[in-house]
Design a protein around this ligand. Structure first.
Ligand code: HEC
Ligand code: HEC
Ligand code: HEC
Ligand code: HEC
Ligand code: HEC
Ligand code: HEC
Ligand code: HEC
Ligand code: HEC
Length: 462
């Protein structure tokens, strides 16, 4: 009786139409050989696979690790050609839609950071082993294959997002789908994204924990239905959104996307923020517009919130980005550029001048924290870890350091260069948003603020 029930179950699984790839009728001969050994040589690895959906669909070791003789990283292992690396190209045999979307995303090019300022910091200022254990574990390494088919230990283990693989493809699906369970449920949890999206320069994980959304999630994990195969917000769960909900998962109107850029309208990474399609548009490329991306994100919100509530949130968020751009980022860059144009800061060597570190802190750490906090509803990151630090860095370090460089130059005989920089500083400080520091606040506003101050003091006199 039990056997009969089992058989019906298996045959119905085989016949079931699979949304992702094909269910195989039985475990292949090659994979059976692998399993015979590996169930004892690597028993927990075998257990992870054994509890996965792949096991249920007879997708075995060889279906993923099988290689052709000509492959760059193929080697003979117990009579079969295999490779250790299972690249997106391999997964694409069964999951072409997810792979295509992923390949079109910024995630897939996350390893292309060699020319960046951050990379000078990682590889030169710090050192190559720092980059190997740090940057590349998030962004991805360039995987090198030794002559015997083994992998160069300086480049693997690595599940960095945009990893460059021996077969020429880029990316690592296991950046989010940890082996060997490859579970969707795990990928839906915020901890999954939190391996990379945390810390001083992009604290999305901490921001989420502070937000009402994180509070609702951690208070209701058991109601999130994370294990369901279908996971549509408003249909299968409603307690809270996770990172995946907003950036990837399905709504009643939208399909799952593996391009995490599909629903964001700004890029908050550069020194000065711009709309996410600005660069592509300027280059004449046709890409999904920022308005369409924003509309898709708002579609996610609308499962739980009203339209006017969501529009009002975007008003607050956009205002914070404008403030950061116009008050601090553009004027700050103007001062740094004036120093460089007048030869008071080197242009060929990065990070050798103190003020370059000051400017980097301002936009790359504090300025991002302010913007990221505002984008995902975390007031402490927006204010105390964000704008407060931006303002202090601007008024108490950037401007004084620039002034000192200029005065030093004048004392050393570079009069015109020093004065040109001082003139830029004066121009910046005389902007409406900055002139308070020169004691030039509008008299009416000053009077209003003094009255408010007197009122505030009374609170404690009661
Ligand atoms: C005769 C036993 C045996 C068979 C059959 C076998 N393996 Fe292995 N495999 C091993 C042993 C032993 C190791 C080394 C484990 C260790 O280092 O702890 C290993 C290592 C590996 C590694 C890691 C290699 C490395 O250098 O890190 C992979 C990947 C692998 N096996 C996959 C497979 C696949 C896929 C199959 C089926 C095509 C398979 N194995 C068949 C015994 C076997
Ligand atoms: C769905 C595809 C898939 C299946 C099925 C699969 N693997 Fe893997 N395996 C991977 C991926 C992905 C990696 C990580 C390699 C990389 O960095 O690209 C990996 C890595 C490994 C490694 C080396 C890493 C380590 O942690 O030691 C071994 C050994 C291994 N697999 C053995 C097996 C065995 C044995 C089976 C069958 C029981 C199996 N794999 C089934 C995708 C798969
Ligand atoms: C030989 C075909 C095949 C290959 C190769 C393959 N898969 Fe799958 N995969 C499937 C099938 C079939 C299912 C659906 C199983 C089900 O729905 O029960 C599946 C399901 C999944 C799921 C959903 C799991 C869940 O918990 O719902 C993920 C994630 C996944 N695969 C990732 C990968 C990744 C990543 C790779 C490459 C490292 C890969 N697969 C390689 C056939 C394959
Ligand atoms: C903990 C994981 C992690 C580490 C370590 C890390 N990064 Fe990043 N990096 C990220 C994430 C996540 C982003 C995207 C943040 C965002 O979109 O807000 C990013 C963004 C970037 C960007 C901006 C890319 C763009 O499109 O504008 C560059 C460049 C960069 N990192 C280079 C580096 C370098 C070089 C190092 C080492 C010195 C490094 N990163 C270390 C995770 C990491
Ligand atoms: C940034 C993290 C991330 C990366 C990278 C990623 N995935 Fe996913 N994937 C997810 C999440 C989250 C889900 C669950 C979506 C849902 O059901 O709401 C998922 C679901 C899936 C599913 C199940 C889809 C379904 O319709 O149920 C498959 C198959 C899959 N991924 C394959 C891949 C493949 C192949 C790659 C590499 C090309 C990949 N994923 C890379 C996060 C990721
Ligand atoms: C309630 C929905 C929601 C949740 C939950 C959420 N995000 Fe976001 N995320 C947003 C919105 C809205 C933006 C800004 C969109 C725009 O630019 O229009 C954003 C922006 C981003 C960006 C772009 C930052 C940049 O520098 O350009 C990243 C990266 C990101 N989120 C990652 C995450 C991660 C990781 C998590 C979970 C820890 C998460 N998000 C949780 C809605 C969400
Ligand atoms: C292994 C590290 C890693 C993990 C895990 C990871 N990311 Fe990222 N993510 C990055 C890096 C690095 C970038 C910056 C890529 C670039 O532009 O170079 C990035 C960029 C992004 C962006 C901006 C995309 C754009 O088009 O500008 C969003 C949104 C995002 N990630 C969301 C997520 C979400 C949601 C998850 C979890 C489901 C996640 N990421 C998991 C490393 C990671
Ligand atoms: C799965 C449901 C869900 C989704 C999807 C969702 N939210 Fe929320 N949101 C909540 C819950 C629950 C709260 C907490 C309500 C409360 O404080 O009473 C909340 C609160 C908020 C708040 C108030 C924050 C505060 O500190 O008072 C804002 C703003 C917000 N959400 C914006 C958004 C935006 C924008 C989106 C889409 C990008 C979104 N939400 C998506 C469930 C959701």
């Amino acid at each position: 009786m039990r056997i009969w029930v089992g058989l019906v179950l298996i045959s119905s699984l085989v016949a079931a139409p699979a949304s992702a790839g094909e269910f195989l009728a039985e475990l292949s001969e090659a994979s059976t050989e692998c399993v015979d050994c590996h169930s004892s040589t690597t028993p927990a690895l075998y257990g992870q696979w054994g509890s996965s959906k792949h096991f249920g669909a007879n997708v075995g070791c060889f279906e993923c690790h099988g290689a052709d003789k000509g492959d760059a990283d193929a080697f003979d292992h117990e009579g079969r050609m295999i490779s250790i690396i299972v690249s997106p190209k391999d997964c694409a045999k069964c999951h072409s839609k997810e792979t295509e979307e992923f390949m079109g995303s910024h995630h897939a090019s996350a390893a292309k950071i060699l020319g960046s300022l951050d990379n000078v910091l990682g590889e030169v200022v710090e050192g190559p082993a720092a980059a190997m254990n740090g940057c590349k574990q998030c962004h991805g390494s360039v995987i090198k294959v030794n002559d015997d088919g083994s992998l160069d230990p300086a480049t693997w283990p690595n599940t960095g997002m945009g990893r460059l693989n021996p077969d020429g493809s880029n990316g690592a699906c296991s950046a989010c789908h940890s082996r060997h369970a490859f579970s969707a449920a795990q990928a839906r949890q915020p901890e999954n994204c939190g391996k990379c999206h945390l810390g001083p320069d992009h604290p999305q994980k901490e921001i989420y924990e502070e937000s009402k959304h994180g509070i609702a999630y951690y208070g209701n994990i058991d109601k999130m239905n994370l294990d369901n195969s279908k996971w549509v917000v408003g249909e299968d769960y409603w307690a809270a959104p996770t990172c995946a909900t907003c950036h990837m998962s399905a709504t009643s109107d939208l399909p799952i996307t593996h391009d995490v850029g599909e629903r964001i309208s700004w890029t908050l990474r550069p020194a000065i923020s711009e709309k996410v399609d600005a660069k592509a548009k300027a280059a004449g490329k046709k890409v999904k517009s920022w308005q369409d991306r924003r509309a898709d994100m708002q579609n996610v919100c609308s499962a739980c919130h009203s339209e006017s509530f969501v529009e009002a949130f975007y008003f607050q968020f956009d205002s914070a980005i404008e403030l950061y751009n116009e008050k601090f980022a553009k004027p700050g860059l103007r001062v740094v550029k004036a120093l460089k144009a007048n030869g008071l800061v080197t242009t060929d060597v990065a990070f050798d001048d103190e003020i370059e570190w000051t400017w980097f802190y301002l936009w790359h750490h504090e300025g991002r924290r302010a913007r990221h906090g505002a984008s995902m509803m975390a007031p402490d990151y927006t204010q105390w870890h964000g704008f407060f630090e931006v303002a202090e860095r601007f008024y108490m370090e950037l401007i004084p350091q620039a002034r000192e460089l200029a005065e030093h130059a004048i004392a050393e005989g570079k009069k015109s260069e020093g004065e040109a920089v001082l003139a830029e500083i004066e121009a910046v400080l005389n902007m409406d948003q900055h002139k308070w520091i020169l004691g030039k606040m509008d008299p009416d506003e000053k009077a209003r603020r003094q009255a408010e101050r007197a009122e505030f003091k009374k609170r404690y006199a009661q």
